[in-house]
Design a protein around this ligand. Structure first.
Ligand SMILES: [Zn+2]
Ligand SMILES: [Zn+2]
Length: 316
């Protein structure tokens, strides 16, 4: 048997098992599809859902996001050299908390507010739009910073939903300009390799090159990245993971709970429903969040459209 070591040619070409492919580590978003897919799925899930009105409101937000993503020229993606430097330093090149936002994001927010379908808006949501439209750019930027870095007051949550939505469009358009091959997964595997944000949910693929792969979907820039299965995304534990779901449901969404760190993350099974959307299905399965939180598990990270300030969620 040949001893392991440097191959004779000095050039290692990697394993070549015929038919076995490694999953793509990073999938960059497509801004032309990302928000419309979420809007359509939310509308589909709203039918007969106990949170029907809330899901339709979020669908209207996603439709406004789609309009902004389609119209606005993407901007402020870092250049190739800055990306290379960040990747070399194991940092996300579009770091949500450090990235200098292009002023154009204000234009995107204005457009998003103008595009909101007034027909589905409750009074409080309409008031928040008026309040935001009356704010100057400096105050809006401070609000955006508080959303990205923490420190939102409960009274700001109504407005912060639109700010979060506009920032999702901005960061998604910026991430789409990067090259997946030039990025690298972070050492902290639960965080987005583009912007360093946590995921909203993990999708278990049914098709593609490597079915059965888990991809985590970024809560801010919509990038997806591979994360091994059966490993807690928060603590890396493997020993005490349980998959929980609501009795009698269709098996599309499950919560992976970890008894080592007492957190959970959601898994969505594409095999059970090919229409599954990492953003819409997370929001529509709020009942599962409630179930596992009653058992004492904390969600690994909040969904940015389901903001919490001083212990109060935005759901009526
Ligand atoms: Zn991201
Ligand atoms: Zn854990």
């Amino acid at each position: 048997m040949k001893q392991a070591g440097t191959p004779p040619t000095g050039k290692w070409t990697g394993p070549s098992h015929a038919g076995v492919k490694a999953p793509d580590p990073i999938l960059l978003p497509d801004p032309a599809r990302r928000f419309m897919a979420t809007a359509q799925r939310l509308e589909q899930l709203a039918d007969g859902h106990p949170l029907d009105a809330w899901l339709r409101f979020l669908a209207a937000v996603a439709r406004a996001q789609h309009a902004v993503a389609a119209i606005r020229a993407p901007s402020a993606a870092p250049g190739a050299q800055a990306v290379a430097q960040a990747v070399e330093a194991r940092l996300p090149p579009l770091a949500a908390d450090g990235h200098q936002r292009d002023k154009g994001w204000h234009e995107g927010l204005g457009l998003l507010l103008a595009r909101m379908d007034r027909g589905v808006l409750p009074d409080a949501a309409m008031d928040a739009i008026k309040q935001l439209q009356a704010m100057d750019a400096v105050a809006v930027d401070k609000l955006a910073d508080r959303f990205l870095r923490g420190g939102l007051a409960a009274s700001e949550i109504g407005m912060a939903v639109y700010v979060a939505a506009a920032l999702q469009v901005y960061f998604t358009c910026a991430a789409a300009q990067l090259q997946a091959a030039e990025l690298r997964l972070l050492d902290e595997r639960a965080l987005c390799p583009c912007c360093g944000s946590p995921s909203v949910s993990g999708l278990i693929t049914a098709s593609g090159v490597t079915p059965g792969t888990r991809y985590l979907y970024c809560s801010l820039c919509s990038t997806a990245w591979n994360h091994v299965r059966a490993v807690c995304i928060t603590c890396g534990g493997t020993r005490e993971l349980l998959l929980q779901s609501i009795d009698g449901d269709d098996g599309v969404v499950k919560a992976e709970t970890c008894c080592e760190c007492h957190t959970y993350a959601k898994l969505l099974y594409q095999l059970k429903d090919t229409q599954v959307d990492p953003y819409a299905d997370d929001l529509a399965s709020l009942g599962l969040d409630m179930l596992v939180s009653e058992e004492g598990y904390a969600r690994h990270a909040p969904n940015p459209l389901l903001l919490v300030g001083d212990g109060e969620a935005m759901v009526d």
